[in-house]
Design a protein around this ligand. Structure first.
Ligand SMILES: Nc1ncnc2c1ncn2[C@@H]1O[C@H](COP(=O)(O)OP(=O)(O)OP(=O)(O)O)[C@@H](O)[C@H]1O
Ligand SMILES: [Mg+2]
Length: 273
């Protein structure tokens, strides 16, 4: 089952170990992520319009919305890649992230994947995961190689495929590499932008299992997804954007029946149907 607008995707991103000195201990009561009044303008267009929300540690927050509703732009401004917000603030464990620069934000454990293929196509699968371990988690040499190998195993990519250039992998293997690169980079919070795009139904089931593996490693997840079956299956909570604003949030099964959400996707005739 897919909502209108299902399409493309991919990306390579980043499990910091809890003893990592870059990882501050969370106060039990504070959310892992807090977005405060985020705004992103492109000229006259307000792609993200006063968006505020919090995400507790361990949650999978699903994010839905029609094409162009500002979902990917929200990921951009949260991670600062490739750009931050026009105004507003992002806090991870109560620490300001906005304006800190991509490397610092990544090393705090805030990592993302991209809608389009973002791995280095000419590097091997292993080199991609290793690069993430180095850049995103500051690991080097043996430590980086161990982290890359662990992540590739966790993501289920067969070892015989690790030495292939990533462009030679199948679509589903590139998704496994995307998740492996993410894990190698030691995320505490991982933002996945339409990871199911381009997958067959059985492969979506494989991705569902992979996302649960990441969550079971202690990683909090924000998941943008048009494949509704996946979004509903793995999300603890669902937030819907329309024209840059949050129009609904709550339990996934309730949010998808919200009249404002139906209208945003299908127009007023859909809401009336
Ligand atoms: N770099 C940019 N410059 C100008 N406008 C942009 C830029 N990036 C996004 N936009 C515009 O901002 C709006 C939100 O785009 P965004 O990519 O965030 O939507 P989305 O919800 O991720 O859509 P989709 O489901 O199609 O991926 C759109 O109108 C888009 O054209
Ligand atoms: Mg998008």
């Amino acid at each position: 089952m897919t909502w209108p607008g299902a399409a493309r995707n991919l990306g390579g991103a980043a499990l910091p170990q809890m003893d990592d000195p870059m990882v501050p201990a969370a106060a039990p009561s504070s959310p892992l992520l807090e977005a405060r009044h985020l705004v992103r303008r492109f000229g006259a267009l307000v792609a993200v319009n006063d968006v505020s929300f919090t995400v507790p540690s361990g949650e999978v927050l699903g994010i839905a919305g029609p094409n162009g509703s500002g979902k990917s732009t929200l990921f951009n401004v949260i991670t600062g890649i490739p750009f931050g917000p026009s105004s507003g603030e992002v806090l991870l464990d109560g620490r300001p992230m906005t304006g800190q620069g991509a490397e610092r934000i990544a090393r705090s454990g805030l990592l993302r994947t991209f809608q389009k293929d973002a791995e280095f196509g000419t590097l091997t699968a292993f080199e991609n995961a290793y690069a993430s371990a180095c850049f995103n988690a500051g690991r080097k040499g043996e430590e980086g190689r161990d982290a890359a190998a662990r992540a590739l195993k966790d993501a289920g990519l067969p070892e015989a495929r690790w030495s292939l250039p990533s462009h030679a992998l199948t679509v589903f293997e590139r998704k496994q590499l995307m998740i492996a690169s993410a894990l190698a980079g030691a995320p505490r919070l991982l933002l996945l932008d339409e990871p199911a795009a381009g997958l067959t139904q059985p492969e979506v089931a494989g991705l569902d299992a992979l996302i649960r593996t990441v969550r079971d490693r202690g990683v909090t997840i924000l998941l943008i997804e048009h494949v509704l079956s996946l979004l509903l299956a793995v999300s603890d909570r669902l937030m819907v954007l329309d024209q840059g604003r949050i129009i609904a949030e709550g339990l996934p099964s309730e949010v998808v029946r919200n009249p404002a959400v139906v209208t945003a996707y299908l127009g007023s005739r859909g809401a009336a149907a």
